[in-house]
Design a protein around this ligand. Structure first.
Ligand SMILES: Cc1cc2nc3c(=O)[nH]c(=O)nc-3n(C[C@H](O)[C@H](O)[C@H](O)COP(=O)(O)OP(=O)(O)OC[C@H]3O[C@@H](n4cnc5c(N)ncnc54)[C@H](O)[C@@H]3O)c2cc1C
Length: 381
């Protein structure tokens, strides 16, 4: 069977799955993306991402979407303010207007829209939550969705993120908690509602790092500042800490209290949050995870190599999508060889990035001064 006759099913219409669909489309190969969300607007996509030259930017070039990306990239989103919990400003980096677009920030929703709009009508089937796959006698799989529908495919790509339901077809590995929990919220329309906080955060990232907690704020393209409160605690903390996350007012008060021993300028950022407080346990897959080839199934992105959120996951997911698409286009008569070549390179790439991410987590957990020393060491090299 050639790749042009094969039915390709991509489970998950996140950045990785959509990049794969787009790169295949550029090479004249059809694929169907089955996405659990009812529509592209069904769920907020989260904050900004910085896209690296060899990650997301590389993938968008292969997808023929560089121009569209430059139209939504925010150079000034690279700005950084790093502070100690005692209020000392340790580092301020303001991106000059003519700075190269090394790691431009891009709004996740705008990026996902760019990818969705680049696909033919009907390539994304919304509202299809994949539940399980059964093997077909002649090869390939039947996919079963939560709404009772089914679909058949010759190649199944699991791009369904951290809690992948496709992953068990390839490996027993499961994500484990890394001793960090994050509570996410946000301040919409901050320039109008809280101009003093808008000025404090600036145009990009504002990080306050302690050794047991962190508070970071990030300017988004939609006029919102997203606020992330990090707690270096075990997974059960989210249920044992007594903070009623679903009750905005009480959660705001309880979270503000948790930062009462820090310099007083930080808690107004929590008090100004009117977006829901969303608790997120942070987990990762084992570093160096790989699996023996299974005919007709593979994984990409978080489904394959979930890592702590230190700015790599979306870049890797998009790179995976592009590389798998390119491999299938390069071996049109032999999809199995293409998948093997993709997996071999992906395992190596992901392992290297996962090791680096684990080191960065340790540095971030050492506090703002630890991160400053790391930056200084790196600059001196
Ligand atoms: C707080 C936070 C900040 C982050 N910041 C950054 C950053 O700055 N830079 C960076 O590179 N990375 C960052 N990451 C990591 C990044 O978000 C992920 O690595 C990336 O989104 C992975 O892409 P993906 O396509 O593999 O999975 P996802 O983006 O998770 O997409 C998976 C898709 O599959 C769908 N899906 C799930 N289950 C099913 C199912 N059963 N059936 C059908 N569809 C399904 C989901 O609805 C979703 O659309 C951050 C993560 C977090 C939590």
């Amino acid at each position: 069977m050639t790749i042009h006759d094969a039915r390709i099913a991509i489970v998950g219409g996140g950045l990785g799955g959509l990049t794969l669909a787009r790169v295949l489309h550029v090479h004249g190969i059809d694929a169907v993306v089955y996405e659990r969300d009812a529509s592209r607007a069904a769920r907020g996509q989260g904050g900004m991402l910085d896209l690296h030259a060899d990650g997301g930017q590389h993938a968008l070039r292969e997808a023929g979407l560089e121009e569209g990306f430059l139209a939504i990239a925010r150079r000034e989103g690279q700005d950084l303010r790093l502070l100690d919990p005692d209020g000392t400003l340790l580092l301020q980096e303001d991106t000059p207007d003519d700075a190269p677009l090394d790691r431009p920030e891009v709004d996740r929703t705008a990026l996902r829209d760019l990818l969705v709009d680049s696909l033919p009508e009907g390539a994304v089937v919304w509202g299809r939550a994949f539940e399980r796959a059964t093997a077909l006698p002649g090869g390939g799989h039947r996919l079963h969705f939560a709404d009772g529908t089914t679909a058949e495919c010759d190649l199944l790509v699991g791009a369904d993120g951290a809690r992948s339901r496709v992953r068990p077809l390839l490996t027993d590995a499961r994500p484990f908690h890394i001793g960090q929990n994050v509570v996410e919220s946000g301040i919409p329309d901050i320039d109008r509602t809280h101009p003093e906080l808008a000025a404090m955060v600036g145009r990009g990232n504002y990080w306050v790092l302690g050794t047991d907690r962190s508070l970071s704020a990030q300017r988004n393209g939609d006029g919102r500042v997203r606020v992330y409160l990090g707690f270096y605690t075990s997974e059960d903390w989210l249920t044992t800490c007594g903070i009623p996350f679903e009750d905005g007012e009480r959660a705001r008060a309880a979270l503000t209290k948790r930062f009462a021993d820090w310099a007083p300028q930080f808690t107004p950022l929590i008090q100004a949050c009117t977006d829901p407080f969303v608790p997120r346990p942070i987990a990762m897959l084992p570093i160096g995870l790989s699996w023996a080839p299974v005919p007709g199934v593979t994984l990409l992105g978080d489904a394959a190599h979930l890592m702590p959120p230190v700015g790599e996951g979306a870049n890797l997911a998009m790179r995976d999508g592009a590389e798998l698409g390119l491999a299938l286009a390069a071996h049109p008569g032999d999809p199995a060889t293409a998948v093997r070549a993709y997996e071999t390179a992906m395992f190596e790439r992901a392992t290297a990035v996962a090791r680096r991410s684990a080191d960065i987590v340790k540095i971030l957990m050492s506090g703002a001064r630890g991160l400053l020393e790391f930056f200084q060491r790196r600059a001196g090299q």
